[in-house]
Design a protein around this ligand. Structure first.
Ligand code: BGC
Length: 708
């Protein structure tokens, strides 16, 4: 075996790329790529398009790497490589393969690597792009120390079905929020350049419409109209391309009869042609060979042919792309299709700096304290206060004896799905967090006694009940938890605060009348209990707002705020249930209260600036400093097509001191109000635009602007 020191010796072929490293112009990169391409055999080309899952690093895989049959490795699922194993594989590629092309290592860095942040859906409830970006930067720094080059995130599938387990990985039901948070995660991972060792190449997923699985059943068929693609599912991917994302993952789902991984119209047409994406498209896990299971390919050869011609450059896990060799040799497949895919892969490796620095180096133990502090801040900011009767929270000085009960009071696995190297033993429980923060003369017990002043009951969903293929047909609290809260309320005349550790929007209608306080904590990650305690005792005034609608019952699904109007809207009803959601999109309380003044619109400069200026005064009418999320929705009824009754167009999270007020201004770009006409051509807004301002999707301060 070659000693580690020798790993850094620069080999001749690498010199080619290394020499040009300091004058990396598009032209030199492309010359380097062409030079490599011209030396490659067809098998080596197909090797560059092959991402392997390696449960165990053994001679078989090292041999394959040496022969140039492996382009990338997926690190994860059940295999996390030691630095040594990582570098053994890389060494086989750069020291022992004919062309010395480095491997690229990918991993699901979804909401943290070692320091686990709240699940992504929770993160979006912070309405803080700054915090979400900082979390991504920390995750990238941690993952890259372990040799990860490429993160399979952000997931920006607009998700409107709480039954679907992967709603937890998304940024909620709204296209704008998925666009915005997706873009900041891409920036947080990639920075200005992919090459520094603390950066990761991002991969936005799952392209396209994966969140629209019928019945919330993961992997299920999706029926998507061209209009819903353009208006709802595509915009986050457009924003990701604008943010410079390095790669895209094609989805598992069938899009109206053509599976995403074989969908040339979506990949070559929309993604590359219309949006102008130039990076790598990677298939999802086995999604290429599964085209046969979809019934669109008769065997793996045809599956591979469909995927590569649809624009999928790299195949994850399965190895059907090697079968393309015979198709090229028989003249059935144009070699140019393969060459273009290889070019994109080589470009990604060059951009990531792998030709200069292929090996993972032992890093000094990072200072994890600042990461944990950020995880706590984001977790507190993500929590949503849904109910606070009689101002039961924050815990007051009169609360001398607190009973902390329920199945999640001592739970450590609060890291959610995809928690990488997160260690549940390091997670701060609700009890540990509260114990640390409550003053010495307050007793915190797990029993309710005659002295108990406050019951805090911790309930939730286990991490394995949401995430990939963890769908639910009912969305109430699992098991006996709902009954438990009802019984506590019946049995004791003591205020109750319910804390919910959830991974999806839940039907909480069975508990809202039985609890005074209701706080959504989600799965908050490593700093769970610390963040929760800060919120409960009022060190942190809750500022989270929902990014998905919370239904009253599963029968209301699909339910989302941006519905289309109806000819008979006022007649739409259920015989057996209210039509309104239990908690609307955008909703969230604070320990203080806010009041909105009249919204004013200034249109004097519109023709000059192309934007409409809105302003509103936000007053804090309570005794505590607090943050509100000021949300602006608009509606614009236009000729010939229906448009959502409301659409989020802007927001600001602002702090207002107790009894103070602030003037908040927005410049709404007219260009952002464009719509797709009947032929799906983008048109400028026409007629009257109504703007609604407030702290949830039912905002009632309205102002109108008429476009001449
Ligand atoms: C998931 C992807 C993930 C991949 C690799 C698939 O099952 O759908 O989101 O990136 O596995 O772990």
């Amino acid at each position: 075996m070659i000693a580690m020191d020798n790993l850094l010796i620069v080999r001749p072929v690498l010199m080619l790329l290394l020499c040009t490293a300091h004058i990396v112009s598009a032209q030199t990169i492309s010359e380097d790529i062409e030079s490599l391409l011209s030396q490659m055999t067809l098998e080596e080309k197909l090797g560059q398009l092959s991402m392997r899952y390696v449960p165990e690093v053994n001679e078989d895989i090292l041999d394959e790497i040496r022969t140039g049959r492996v382009g990338a490795i997926i690190n994860g699922k059940n295999s996390f490589y030691s630095l040594n194993d990582h570098n053994r594989m890389q060494q086989a590629a750069v020291d022992r393969s004919r062309l010395e092309i480095p491997l690229i290592f990918g991993h699901d860095v979804i909401h943290g690597y070692e320091t686990i942040f709240p699940i992504n859906l929770a993160q979006s409830c912070s309405w803080s792009p700054t915090l979400v970006k900082e979390a991504a930067e920390i995750a990238a720094a941690e993952a890259s120390t372990a040799g990860v080059d490429w993160a399979f995130a952000p997931m920006i599938d607009v998700s409107r079905d709480p039954r679907w387990g992967r709603i937890a990985e998304s940024y909620g039901e709204d296209p704008l929020l998925n666009s915005l948070f997706g873009a900041v995660v891409i920036q947080g991972y990639q920075g200005d350049s992919l090459s520094p060792s603390s950066r990761l190449a991002a991969c936005m997923k799952h392209y396209l419409g994966y969140g629209a699985a019928e019945g919330g059943r993961d992997y299920q068929y999706t029926e998507l109209s061209e209009r819903s693609i353009r208006e709802i599912y595509l915009p986050p991917f457009e924003a990701g391309v604008e943010a410079g994302v390095a790669s895209v993952m094609s989805a598992f789902n069938d899009i109206s009869g053509v599976p995403a991984t074989a969908n040339s119209q979506m990949i070559n047409g929309l993604l590359r042609g219309v949006i102008g994406f130039e990076g790598v498209v990677l298939s999802d896990w086995d999604a290429v060979v599964q085209l046969a299971d979809h019934g669109v390919a008769q065997d793996e050869v045809e599956a591979a042919q469909l995927a590569i011609t649809a624009g999928v450059d790299m195949e994850m896990k399965s190895t059907s792309y090697f079968q393309l060799q015979s198709l090229v040799e028989r003249g059935v497949l144009d070699i140019a299709t393969i060459d273009n895919a290889v070019r994109r892969m080589l470009k990604l490796k060059i951009d990531k700096g792998l030709f200069q620095a292929p090996f993972a180096k032992p890093h000094k133990e990072e200072n994890r304290e600042s990461g944990l502090a950020k995880a706590k801040e984001l977790a507190s900011a993500s929590m949503v206060l849904l109910q606070n009767e009689e101002a039961v929270l924050p815990i007051g000085d009169n609360m001398q004896s607190i009973a902390l009960v329920g199945p999640y009071a001592d739970e450590q696995n609060l890291m959610g799905w995809w928690s990488s190297l997160g260690n549940a033993n390091q997670v701060v429980t609700a009890r540990a967090g509260l114990q640390k923060r409550l003053s010495g003369d307050v007793s915190l017990t797990d029993k309710i006694t005659d002295d108990t002043d406050l019951i805090i009951v911790c309930v939730g969903e286990p991490f394995s009940w949401f995430g990939e293929n963890n769908n639910r047909a009912a969305i109430t609290l699992p098991g006996e938890q709902e009954g438990m809260i009802q019984d506590l309320n019946k049995e004791y005349d003591i205020p109750i605060v319910t804390v919910v550790f959830n991974g999806r929007p839940l039907d909480l209608s069975g508990i809202v009348d039985h609890t005074d306080g209701l706080l959504l904590a989600w799965h908050p990650g490593t700093s769970a209990g610390d963040a929760l305690a800060d919120v409960l005792i009022g060190n942190y005034n809750p500022s989270g707002h929902l990014t998905t609608t919370f239904p009253r019952a599963i029968g209301q699904v699909p339910i989302y705020y941006a519905q289309r109007p109806s000819g008979r809207a006022s007649q739409i009803s259920y015989k057996d249930l209210d039509i309104e959601a239990l908690f609307p999109f955008g909703y969230g309380l604070s320990y203080t209260s806010f009041e909105y003044g009249q919204v004013e619109v200034d249109t004097t400069d519109v023709s000059l600036t192309g934007s409409v200026a809105l302003s509103v005064t936000l007053s804090n009418t309570g005794d505590m400093n607090g943050d509100d999320v000021v949300q602006v929705y608009y509606s614009n009824l236009v000729r010939g097509i229906t448009r959502p009754v409301r659409q989020l167009i802007a927001f600001q999270k602002v702090e207002v001191p107790a009894h103070g007020s602030r003037r908040i201004s927005f410049d709404i770009e007219l260009e952002d109000l464009r719509y797709f006409d009947q032929d799906l051509i983008r048109q400028p807004p026409v007629g009257t635009v109504h703007f609604y301002v407030g702290s949830d999707a039912l905002a009632d301060k309205v102002v109108s602007y008429s476009i001449e």
